[in-house]
Ligand binder design. Structure first.
Ligand SMILES: [Zn+2]
Length: 278
């Protein structure tokens, strides 16, 4: 391929990325998932709110342009945006964290981020939030507010500090184990072999899949609605009956399928180093 063709290819994918999926920015009504756990994100970019008597925890900000939509969702539920006390993220990519600095300024909430993603979140580079991290998290750390506890699980690979959040949600006299998957995906352009910026990327993915499989899961959730078939589950929820977000089999099937996709890509890159999937 010529240099010009390569440049065009790069510009083309950068353009597509900037445009993204229309569901990324499409507002949907905020809703209760179970107990004190709510969804306040867009049609695909997931944002979660945990309501407690001492204020709320919000996971993810999406892009800067999505922050007003998130705020509206929080207010639709009858909560105050300013009651956001703690901000968390799934991982340091713009579709989940670019707006986090704005939300931090708006609300004065404390931002807590897994150690390996802190530099990216604090970076002032274009598209990075340039936010101030108030607490640096490590694998297994617990974030607590008003009786709710969230555990940060390092599920690295997608980013070095990619975080899967778990919590126990009280619902109808029972306790449901919620898992909010950070991301098990190998994106286009990821070098799994010979990655100079992130040499241990493949080893990290290799540790992530067994860690995800052993998490107890009733409520299957994640950083994108597409991970857990959210839009179809919202329709099911409206139809009544059992809570469709309780989907332990769907969770295990998803992780198994994503692990096999990772292995296929890793094997392909081992055979053809230097040519990540596009
Ligand atoms: Zn990502």
């Amino acid at each position: 391929m010529t240099r010009r063709a390569l440049t065009l290819l790069f510009l083309g994918s950068a353009f597509l990325y900037a445009q993204g999926n229309p569901d990324w920015h499409r507002a949907i009504p905020a809703f209760k998932i179970a107990g004190n756990l709510y969804y306040v994100g867009t049609a695909d970019l997931a944002v979660y709110l945990i309501h407690t008597p001492q204020g709320n925890i919000v996971i993810n900000s999406n892009f800067e342009e999505d922050v007003p939509t998130i705020r509206k969702g929080i207010e639709q539920l009858g909560f105050a945006y300013k009651d956001t006390k703690i901000l968390l993220i799934s991982h340091a990519h713009g579709d989940h964290d670019a707006g986090i600095g704005i939300m931090q300024k708006d609300t004065g909430a404390k931002l807590m981020v897994m150690e390996q993603d802190v530099a990216e979140v604090q970076s002032k580079a274009k598209g990075r939030p340039g936010a101030h991290v108030d607490r640096v998290l490590h694998d297994g750390d617990v974030v607590e507010l008003g009786g709710s506890k969230l555990t940060a699980h390092l599920t690295a690979g997608h980013t070095p500090g990619c975080t899967t959040w778990t919590m126990q949600v009280p619902e109808g006299g029972k306790t449901l184990n919620a898992v909010i998957v950070g991301s098990p995906n190998v994106n286009a352009g990821y070098f799994l072999v010979g990655n100079k910026k992130y040499p241990q990327i493949a080893e990290d993915y290799n540790r992530t899949f067994p860690a995800l499989k052993k998490l107890p899961c009733d409520l299957f959730l994640g950083a994108h609605g597409a991970y857990f078939g959210m839009l179809a589950k919202i329709d099911k929820m409206k139809a009544g009956g059992a809570n469709p977000f309780i989907d332990p089999a769907g969770y295990q099937a998803y992780i198994t399928e994503r692990e096999s996709a990772f292995r296929t890509e890793w094997d392909r890159q081992k055979a053809h180093p230097g040519s990540p999937k596009q």
